[in-house]
Design a protein around this ligand. Structure first.
Ligand SMILES: [Zn+2]
Length: 313
């Protein structure tokens, strides 16, 4: 067991820190966090659509009444961590520079376009994202960018932001509250699910895991899955190292990337949800080893995963 609690919804973690844990698992069902100080609070991430974000803000209202949300941090640029920004647009929204690059590339319009495709990638996207309501979303981008590290004062509570990317995405911020010994990891940690390496390099994500393992923190709030501990960080690190090694061996043997993804046996990692993400992860390893390989666009990446689902199912 890597989870501290299997509870969902609003969870108090002590020291003014709270987690908002999605009531369901799967693609796009992301977590968030709230750090309260004197008369001000900081929200870590919004959610994938407006109804989900609104429900979360309503549930946090007993806390934010006395400590209104003055700051929002988007941990990265995937839509399930910022599409609800327009509901907190009054706050200062902070993100790492790379995260904003991702947001400009893939916003709600691109997400809707992917789900509208008449291809296996489109069918796959409709299956995993069909539960979300992507209407009415106005992209609200961060108003304050940072590079490297940034320290914020949230009503007297010190909050440290560290961009450990590019790794999962072009910019990946972890949010550490030293006094509470809590860290919000964004998608550097998936608890119980397969991590997806959209960007890489793998080495940078492995270094991020080492940084988290060395951090003065007991409680880990992952981007997806239940509240957990550093055991979940070790699990992610082991998966990434395993996939990198397996994919590299097949690259050296001359096997095409998608054949490699079909060929790799995940062993104990097969129990993680969304194992089809291996298709993207192997592609990312191959591009690291041969930068002349063409990048895949969104439909191309989702096509790789759709193919693995088909092969498995
Ligand atoms: Zn996510």
């Amino acid at each position: 067991m890597t989870s501290v609690t299997s509870r969902t919804g609003r969870i108090a973690l002590g020291g003014g820190c709270h987690a908002w844990i999605a009531g369901d698992t799967g693609w796009g069902m992301s977590n968030a966090g709230l750090i309260t100080g004197r008369r001000a609070s900081l929200l870590v991430d919004t959610l994938y659509d407006l109804p989900l974000t609104r429900a979360m803000l309503d549930a946090l209202a007993p806390l934010t009444g006395a400590a209104p949300i003055a700051t929002v941090v988007n941990t990265h640029g995937n839509g399930d961590h910022w599409f609800g920004n327009q509901l907190v647009a009054h706050a200062e929204i902070v993100a790492a520079r790379g995260s904003v690059t991702d947001m400009r590339q893939v916003g709600p319009a691109e997400t809707r376009a992917l789900s509208g495709l008449d291809t296996p990638a489109g069918t796959f996207a409709r299956r995993i994202f069909g539960r979300f309501d992507h209407t009415g979303i106005e992209p609200v981008l961060p108003s304050r960018l940072f590079d490297g590290e940034c320290v914020l004062d949230v009503g007297g509570t010190e909050v440290r932001l560290v961009d450990v990317g590019p790794a999962h995405s072009a910019g990946d911020t972890i949010v550490h509250v030293p006094r509470a010994r809590v860290v919000y990891t964004g998608d550097i940690v998936f608890a119980g699910a397969t991590p997806i390496v959209w960007h890489g390099p793998f080495a940078r994500w492995l270094a991020a895991c080492d940084l988290l393992l060395g951090l003065d923190a007991d409680t880990v709030v992952p981007g997806h899955g239940p509240v957990t501990t550093k055991r979940a960080v070790r699990e992610i690190r082991d998966y990434l190292a395993f996939v990198h090694e397996q994919a590299s061996a097949r690259f050296t043997a001359g096997m095409p990337a998608q054949d490699a993804a079909r060929d790799i046996r995940l062993g104990r990692f097969a129990a993680l949800d969304e194992s089809e993400r291996l298709g993207v992860n192997v592609h990312t390893v191959y591009r690291e080893l041969d930068p002349t390989l063409p990048a895949l666009d969104g439909p191309g990446l989702f096509g790789r995963m759709a193919d693995l689902c088909h092969a498995a199912g």
